[in-house]
Ligand binder design. Structure first.
Ligand SMILES: Nc1ncnc2c1ncn2[C@@H]1O[C@H](COP(=O)(O)OP(=O)(O)OP(=O)(O)O)[C@@H](O)[C@H]1O
Ligand SMILES: O=P(O)(O)OC[C@H]1O[C@H](OP(=O)(O)OP(=O)(O)O)[C@H](O)[C@@H]1O
Ligand SMILES: O=C(O)c1cccnc1
Length: 501
């Protein structure tokens, strides 16, 4: 492991959220019973390849932003069983001592390729490809899917919400703070969700644990209780700006936005101004946010508070935000909690982990899972994914067998794997291979990017998609095709119901 890679993984593993997480038991029982079966039948060393992929985009979106790889890397680097966990497994009465001994010594020794966090990805593409002993690869399925599915879902939801603030124009998006801690499905979902939301374009989080661990900017205003705890709204405002003269965003809807909140904010703003400060902002958390923001803007502007921002919150999601902007709401920023952290409307990303190949006598034998539904038939073999760019826009992706040569500029004919008569010739393109090495034989070979690098990358990635692919409803379906050799292999294996000979 190079010094840089080692230093970076040390930094990441030192984050409190990752410390002391060995997570051997973060698995489904059937993984352990299958592992026991492999152990009993002498097949633990069987080398296999598993792919992580999903079959359809969440929220009828046109893409997913993949996220969660950092958590996967830390997990694979640390996964182990503690003595009390071994004792618990012993108490189940399912496993013999030899097997428990194997678990005591468990370490991940496999090879992992993955698409970097922040990338835009599409259905059926291997997001993570893991190669190694079936004994290890079976254990890790559940945790790897949990991390990738969750963070990719929230990052994707965040891109929908953030793009809604500016009608899909990425560079004009308004700052959007993630407010979901209190509404998340418990704390890990809140903290890792805040990370994913930041990757997806949120500008900050109210979640201090997420800020502390992941170096995400934290921001906040006040609760209604703050205002209620004073004898009057103006006293509450004065006390807050006294504490934070430069960064006060005053909550103006506790009593009456236009007749009390905004006039009081203006009074306090003038007092602040006399001390040389500008009132940073106001937050409206109820009522008709379009009407109130327009009226508040006029009142603030009339008193010379043109720079004072108006922030909205109140059960917002991408649809309401888009609606508000269409109504001409005068909003400079948003706080979004429940709908973002719970991915309202699309509660799970259905990523799966499927066996793609098995090593026999030194060569890879492709494996397939057949289904009546052609979209559910897996892509066999050890694979890679390439993306064609034309005029810097992502034009199509191609899933290929790992041994195939990547095209280098010659025209390429792509065909739809289901409706094969649908063809497209790509020329004048550049090409990028999406899966990059992360672990080789259990050792990390990837220099993990910082959260800022991941977030900036996600933004660049989104910009490679057409606005038609990014639009929130009925987006263009991005082409993900199979190379001819992969398509033929799949067809032959389907015909033979997966039998190799
Ligand atoms: N102009 C608007 N267009 C569309 N939706 C809006 C508009 N203004 C507010 N909303 C949304 O309408 C919903 C209003 O919720 P609700 O009926 O609970 O009223 P409220 O103002 O939040 O009341 P409360 O005083 O209980 O907070 C919220 O989801 C809010 O984001
Ligand atoms: O609406 P969401 O998108 O879920 O965002 C989080 C919500 O949490 C707070 O309300 P809450 O009533 O919990 O507390 P408060 O008294 O501080 O307003 C805040 O005012 C937001 O409305
Ligand atoms: O800082 C805020 O305004 C905030 C934080 C969490 C939830 N709601 C609001």
């Amino acid at each position: 492991m190079s010094a840089n890679i080692a230093k970076r993984i040390e930094e990441i593993a030192a984050m409190p959220i990752y410390r002391n997480r060995q997570e051997g038991l973060l698995t489904d029982l059937y993984q352990l019973t299958m592992m026991y079966g492999f152990y009993k039948s002498g097949r633990m060393e069987q080398h296999v390849v598993f792919d992580v992929f999903y079959r359809s985009n969440p929220c009828d979106n046109g893409y997913v932003i993949c996220a969660g790889l950092e958590q996967v890397v830390v997990y694979l680097n640390q996964v182990a069983f503690q003595p009390d966990e071994i004792q618990y497994l012993r108490s189940l009465g399912l496993f013999d001592e030899g097997f428990l001994e194997e678990l005591k010594n468990f370490r991940f020794t496999g090879t992992v390729y993955a698409i970097p966090e922040g990338s835009v990805v599409f259905p059926h593409e291997p997001l993570v490809r893991i190669e190694g002993r079936i004994f290890e690869l079976q254990l890790i399925e559940s945790a790897v899917l949990c991390f990738v599915n969750h963070q990719s879902l929230i990052a994707t939801k965040a891109t929908r919400i953030v793009q809604a603030t500016s009608g899909g124009v990425i560079e004009d998006a308004h700052p959007t703070s993630e407010f979901g801690l209190r509404r998340a499905q418990n704390s890990d979902a809140a903290v890792f969700g805040a990370r994913a939301a930041y990757i997806g374009g949120c500008s900050s989080t109210s979640n201090v644990t997420a800020g502390f661990n992941f170096a995400i900017p934290v921001s906040g205003t006040q609760a209604h209780s703050w205002i209620q705890s004073f004898d009057s709204e103006i006293e509450a405002f004065r006390a807050y700006v006294h504490a934070f003269p430069e960064r006060a965003i005053l909550l103006v809807d506790t009593y009456d936005v236009l007749h009390s909140g905004i006039p009081n904010a203006i009074t306090v703003g003038n007092e602040l101004r006399a001390q040389g400060y500008d009132l940073l902002g106001v937050r409206i958390d109820s009522g008709d946010l379009a009407y109130l923001s327009k009226a508040a803007r006029k009142m603030l502007d009339a008193e010379g508070f043109g720079h004072t921002q108006i922030i909205a919150s109140d059960d917002l999601d991408e649809d309401t935000i888009r609606d508000l902007m269409l109504q001409g709401a005068k909003l400079d920023g948003f706080g979004v909690g429940t709908a973002l952290i719970t991915a309202k409307g699309c509660p799970a990303l259905g990523g799966v982990y499927k066996l793609a190949a098995e090593k026999r006598d030194g060569s890879w034998i492709p494996r397939i899972k057949v289904s009546e539904n052609p979209l559910k038939v897996t892509n066999p073999g050890k694979k890679k994914v390439i993306r064609f760019y034309v005029d810097q826009k992502a034009s199509a992706d191609l899933i290929m067998l790992d041994e195939e040569t990547i095209p280098q500029g010659e025209p390429v004919t792509l065909f739809d794997p289901i409706h094969t008569y649908k063809r497209k010739v790509i020329q004048d393109y550049t090409v990028k291979e999406l899966l990059v090495p992360i672990f080789v034989d259990g050792e990390i070979v990837y220099e993990m990017p910082t959260i800022e690098q991941i977030r900036s990358f996600a933004r660049l990635e989104l910009a490679t998609l057409s606005s038609e692919t990014r639009r929130p409803k009925n987006p263009h379906v991005y082409h993900v095709d199979l190379s001819l050799p992969l398509w033929e292999l799949k067809r032959d294996l389907v015909a033979r119901r997966g039998h190799v000979n």
